[in-house]
Write a protein that binds this ligand. Sequence first.
Ligand code: GLN
Length: 207
Amino acid sequence: MSLVAGVVAVQGDVAEHAAAIDRAVAARGREVTVHEIRDAGTVPDCDLLAMPGGESTTISRLLRSEGIAPEIRDHVAADKPLLATCAGLIVASRDANDDRVDELGLVDVRVERNAFGRQADSFEAPLSVAGLADDEPYPAVFIRAPAIDAVGEAEVLATWDDRPVAVRDGPVVGTAFHPELTPDSRIHGLAFFENDEATVPAIEETD
Ligand code: GLN
């Protein structure tokens, strides 16, 4: 059965997420149609969603004004997977520590925006991420990344510099870094597909 994916496309690195979803799905012998989400009405058709990096203030404002925010909440309430990266994690968080961000409250963490420095301080770090398919470090790209500074019900999947940088809260995986910017699609696989160590059933894998 072909899957339907949505990439929130009001702002941010959309094409890269679509390509990473393609790779993760193809690696499992499945097919996927990827929709770019700019308006209300498409999210309810999606089996899985990605919310990219960009500018969290802009993304959250547009999600609200376009009526997409409640659809994303319903998607998660229906236990369907969401991967929220960088600004996407800030928007998905319980508390963005910034009045200009209208949080969706889907990941029980508080984040600190831009905690790892400015654009010029971007870096790549080899992360050990719980639940990945093999033990190879994950090459995580951080760009004006948030830090997670308080964790409620979420499970920490990876830390860097003693700070959580990847978490799972039910069907939502949130990363402070940009898994769409490397050819390694294991984080997309972890977010979207069932896996021995994942805490919730995502989409069933077929052989
Ligand atoms: N600094 C951005 C924000 O706070 C996030 C950066 C990113 O997504 N690369 O919204």
